[in-house]
Design a protein around this ligand. Structure first.
Ligand code: BTN
Length: 324
């Protein structure tokens, strides 16, 4: 199938959502005959895209379907570079793994890998990531900044900042960042980031930013071991959300923040992180059971924790539990 033509066809219908577009107008815009157009529409219907053909009038898209297939996602995407080329997979071991293999083969900056489900979705610190089919977003984005490994944490902050901003501004949900890069709503985790990198002489060759975002998993859909700590956008917003639209917004936000990262506006990233976090100023439990008070975060992304005796620890990596 020609993804470009299908995306264009769908974007014409998306633009006129709910209104009928005449077959003639559409065929002309796509540079094809009415018969060829008819065939294409039938093909898209078979993919589950709800296009209605109205005899002698034209076509109408009844609603944007919740599918991450290329023609839907690309019809909604407004970014220039981030999120293209787009690799869509039904089922994969881990999108990060696939993205790394593509990066090794030379895939460009901005390449996006998305799967409907993962059989071995990976989390940070050797954990796994719950990845059921068709409900959520599992994405891996290839980035090729020319930076030293010391700068990588700032880039990881950038990803949690972009995600948080989309959830807050587009969905009006109260998302906050937990150090280092988890996105939480009302004390429960809704998204996680796994950043992996390939380096040469302490400079990054490429990075793969893996994001798992719980979108439409119902409250009783999480496995028991995470059910008290995890949430989804649907649980919090009490409605289903359209994954291709969310994915396009995330790529657009990442493009804007990445531009700031590249043009010496990194302070803005840290500022947004600080203003929308729920770790600083709180008592925290470190791995290994020690407790302290989270008092700051350095420009390199380390968490500063004041211990009961007054000494200050700088945590470069790992995890903390926020004790509310
Ligand atoms: C975390 O532990 O919080 C990070 C979770 C990251 C999960 C995502 S899902 C898409 C990508 N592919 C993976 O295998 N992991 C990341």
């Amino acid at each position: 199938m020609s993804t470009d033509k299908d995306s264009l066809l769908i974007s014409i219908l998306v633009g006129k959502r709910g209104e009928v577009v005449s077959g003639e107008e559409m065929a002309q815009a796509l540079g094809m005959s009415r018969v060829a157009l008819h065939k294409r529409v039938e093909h898209l219907k078979a993919w589950g895209i709800p296009i209605r053909s109205i005899p002698r009038k034209g076509y109408v898209l009844e609603e944007i379907p919740d599918l991450l297939i290329p023609p839907i996602y690309l019809a909604l995407l407004k970014s220039r570079q981030m999120g293209r080329p787009y690799h869509y997979l039904e089922r994969v071991e881990s999108t990060n793994r696939t993205a790394k293999a593509l990066a090794h083969q030379g895939a460009p900056h901005g390449t996006l890998v998305v799967a409907e489900s993962q059989t071995r979705g990976r989390g940070r610190l050797g954990r796994s990531w719950f990845s059921p089919k068709g409900e959520n977003i599992y994405l891996s984005l290839i980035l090729r900044p020319n930076i030293s490994v010391m700068e990588v944490p700032q880039l990881t902050f950038l990803v949690s900042v972009a995600l948080t901003q989309v959830i807050r501004e587009k969905l009006q949900l109260d998302a906050l960042i937990k150090w280092p890069n988890d996105v939480y709503i009302k004390g429960r985790k809704v998204a996680g980031i796994l950043m992996e990198m390939e380096t040469r002489e302490r400079r990054s060759l490429f990075l793969v930013a893996g994001v798992g975002l719980n979108v439409n998993t119902p409250a009783d859909g999480f496995p028991p071991e995470i059910s008290t700590r995890a949430t989804s956008l649907m649980v919090e917003g009490k409605q289903r959300y359209l994954r291709p639209q969310l994915l396009a917004w995330i790529m657009e936000a990442l493009e804007v923040w990445y531009e700031r990262f590249q043009t010496d506006q990194r302070e803005d990233i840290l500022r947004y992180w600080r203003e929308h976090n729920f770790t600083l100023g709180k008592p925290v439990k470190l791995q290994g059971g020690r407790v302290g008070w989270a008092i700051g975060v350095t420009p390199q992304g380390a968490l500063l924790v004041r211990r009961p005796g007054g000494s200050i620890l700088s945590l470069g990596a790992g995890d903390v539990e926020v004790l509310e």
